[in-house]
Design a protein around this ligand. Structure first.
Ligand SMILES: CSC[C@H]1O[C@H](OP(=O)(O)O)[C@H](O)[C@@H]1O
Length: 367
């Protein structure tokens, strides 16, 4: 999407040095727009682990580029395949829930099987990484083209601005471009449909307040940041027409892992008859799993992400303790929303029910 009017992707090869990958350091937003240079697989792994980059599709894209960086270093190694296998392993250990990470690494390892030499590996892994970035951008654009119909239908019925609630950041910052949950919103806004977005702040890392609010503001989309706990009240009072969220891993029966708190929003939506949609590219579907609550690994992150909160003070970005230092904190990064609470899945191939039959109707090759 655009930053200061300039079309921008969240990840790119350095414009002056194709041996370096550049990513937006999302830890610094919304107060500072900083590009971080990644020049090795270790730096790519760090960027994923420390959430310099985050969001399932962008995690996959960064891992794919990380394998290209590893290939650059492996050219001088006698056992370049061994080096690259180790690189895939270290990238795969960074974060457990987003399945795009494993999908992208598998794609790069399959690309590696097609080459005979280390120098061929550099070219092939770069080509495949760039293809993954381009495919993600197009898939997210297509998600928007399908999902915008939901917004148009509501506006046609009410004639009023359409109020959409979203959780965390499933925007273009979570992807290469367009986003998943935000793509229908951007398409609607660009078509002149009146939309307004309720932006869940999304504790503890506040990806909504920091990232979704920033990117919507950059695009001129009306929005209001709300505490995570306000969504149910808004739904009870008819102030939410539609909820759209992203996902980090969706099972073949339509169970959805997403940022912690998504399940509670889905329960409130179900109780108030608010349509609850999940937007995802097919790279986020884990066809090997069925029962998401039982089978999807849920990342637990540092308790300090709960105990401390950062923000902009007159002295710059400051982190402050918000509870007794002696109090332990639990930090589950995701939860799983059962398919029965999901109205539909918005994919690059169209919208389907959150069920195995629904997904197979769009992806019959996965039967
Ligand atoms: C389009 S995937 C976005 C997805 O990723 C976020 O998690 P995190 O910021 O920890 O990577 C959140 O679950 C979003 O819905």
């Amino acid at each position: 999407m655009k930053i200061n009017g300039e079309p921008t992707r969240s990840i790119r090869l350095h414009p002056d040095n194709p041996r370096v990958v550049q990513v937006i350091d999302q830890r610094q937003l919304p107060h500072q727009l900083t590009w971080m240079d990644l020049a090795s697989v270790d730096e790519a792994a760090y960027a994923i682990k420390d959430m310099v980059v985050r969001g399932a599709p962008l995690i996959g894209a960064t891992a794919a580029m990380g394998m290209y960086l590893a290939a650059l270093d492996a050219v001088a190694e006698p056992d370049f395949r061994g080096v690259l296998t180790q690189a895939a392993h270290s990238l795969g250990q960074t974060r457990p829930t987003a399945v795009n990470l494993h999908w992208a690494l598998t794609s790069q390892m399959e690309a590696l099987e097609q080459v005979a030499t280390a120098s061929e590996a550099v070219d092939r892994l770069r080509q495949n990484a760039e293809a993954i970035l381009t495919a993600d951008e197009e898939q997210c654009r297509q998600i928007g083209l399908h999902g915008v119909q939901l917004i148009e239908d509501i506006y046609a019925r009410t004639g009023q601005p359409v109020n959409i609630l979203t959780h965390c950041n499933a925007g273009w910052l979570a992807c290469v471009d367009w986003g998943t949950a935000t793509s229908p919103i951007y398409h609607a806004h660009d078509r002149g449909l009146p939309v307004h977005v309720w932006v869940d702040e999304t504790r503890p890392r506040n990806q909504g307040a920091k990232l979704t609010a920033w990117e919507l503001g950059q695009h001129g989309v009306p929005h209001t940041v709300i505490p995570d706990n306000a969504g149910g009240h808004l739904m009870q009072h008819g102030l939410v027409d539609l909820a759209i969220v992203g996902t980090d891993r969706t099972t073949r029966q339509g169970d959805v892992a997403n940022k912690i708190g998504t399940y509670l929003k889905a329960l409130a939506a179900h109780d108030n008859g608010v349509p609850f949609y999940v937007a995802l590219p097919s790279s986020t579907i884990d066809w090997t799993l069925r029962d998401g609550v039982k089978e999807i690994p849920i990342e637990q992150r540092s308790q300090d992400e709960v105990k401390y909160i950062d923000g902009l003070s007159p002295h710059g970005v400051t982190s402050v303790l918000i509870c007794p230092e002696s109090s332990p904190a639990a930090n589950y990064a995701f939860d799983v929303t059962p398919a029965r609470l999901v109205t539909g899945l918005i994919t690059e191939r169209g919208i389907c029910p959150a069920s195995e039959a629904g997904l197979l109707s769009l992806f019959p090759e996965m039967a």
